[in-house]
Design a protein around this ligand. Structure first.
Ligand code: PSU
Ligand code: MN
Length: 305
């Protein structure tokens, strides 16, 4: 085993016994939601995974260790410290580990650690992508490169329209990443079930997701798969309200000259501020919805293997 990796006993036992395990990221805790809702959500999403028959493995870097499976105290620490914890994407990992620091892992880094641990399915809210204006800023999330090279299935609620959804889909196509709509032929836009962009394929059951993922591995195609699961109707938001908030947030980030790794957290916080608690409620519910599907899909993978 990798000397920097630290798998919790519960997660290690589940993996050894071919029981379903679902990875969860930690940037969503530190940078994606305010305290204390972030900690409450992180703990509850673990419960949702347990209720659906799988073992949760929340992933972060703690004291320079790549952790798969956090204690309640570690989750509380990340949530309380919030954006003062370093947000760790692929390029940040070596430095944070070498220095023995703590880090909240993005989708990219969570995939890396999940893969090292042998975890195949990962549930989150939204993934990074190609930002609006990327043709001049070149701001493209490392999450997309990771999906192209690391064999983990990421289950999300699509992408927020803080991104350029069309360019994000083009990029994933170039990189050979299958984008699956779960029960839909349209890319969901996180807060809303529809975006106006079609997805490559619609699959309708956890078993179908597991089978497609296994074929990709068996043929030796590197990389993962992106499953986009629409937010449940009752929690979805009015697209005009949310899109207006996003446009305002982007304008404000330009005014303030926000760039680099601060862009995504800034936009997320701003959208939340403009829409009040509504968008946070939706955000929490869609994470639970993705966790359920991830637990069921991890169970199917264990059956086939
Ligand atoms: N999008 C969201 N919520 C999030 C993130 C993205 O709707 O919490 C976080 C995830 O951790 C994602 C990261 O991996 O932001 C992407 O950051 P960047 O664009 O800097 O790669
Ligand atoms: Mn970026």
């Amino acid at each position: 085993m990798n000397q920097y990796l630290d798998i919790s006993q519960e997660v290690a036992e589940a993996l050894a016994e071919n029981k379903p395990v679902v990875a969860l990221e930690s940037t969503i805790i530190s940078h994606g939601m305010p305290y204390p809702q972030n900690v409450e959500t992180a703990l509850k999403v673990e419960q949702v995974i347990r209720d659906n028959g799988a073992v949760p493995a929340t992933i972060a870097i703690i004291g320079g260790k790549l952790k798969a499976g956090l204690t309640k105290a570690e989750i509380e620490h990340l949530g309380k410290t919030g954006s003062a914890v370093t947000k760790v994407s692929r390029r940040d990992l070596p430095i944070i580990v070498a220095k023995g620091m703590d880090g909240a892992t993005t989708v990219a880094t969570t995939m890396i650690i999940a893969s090292l641990a042998g975890i195949k399915v990962f549930a989150t809210g939204g993934v990074g992508g190609v930002h609006r204006g990327a043709e001049t800023t070149m701001d493209i999330s490392a999450d997309l490169e990771e999906l192209a090279m690391t064999p983990v299935m990421v289950i999300c609620a699509g992408a927020k329209s803080i991104l350029d959804l069309g360019l994000t889909l083009e990029y994933l196509e170039t990189k050979g990443v299958p984008v699956i709509g779960y029960g839909t032929d349209e890319l969901p836009a996180f807060y809303t079930r529809k975006s106006g962009f079609g997805v490559d394929y619609q699959l309708n059951t956890p078993k179908e997701l597991a089978e497609a993922f296994l074929v990709k591995q068996a043929v030796g195609l590197k990389g993962g798969m992106l499953v986009t699961n629409p937010i449940p109707e009752e929690y979805s938001m009015d697209s005009e309200v949310i899109n207006k908030a996003i446009d305002e947030a982007i304008a404000e980030s330009k005014r303030q000259g926000i760039h680099g790794k601060d862009t995504t957290p800034f936009l997320l916080a701003k959208v939340k501020e403009i829409t009040g608690g509504d968008s946070l409620d939706s955000n929490i519910q869609l994470v639970f919805n993705n966790a359920r599907l991830a637990a069921q899909t991890a169970a199917e993978l264990c059956k086939i293997k």
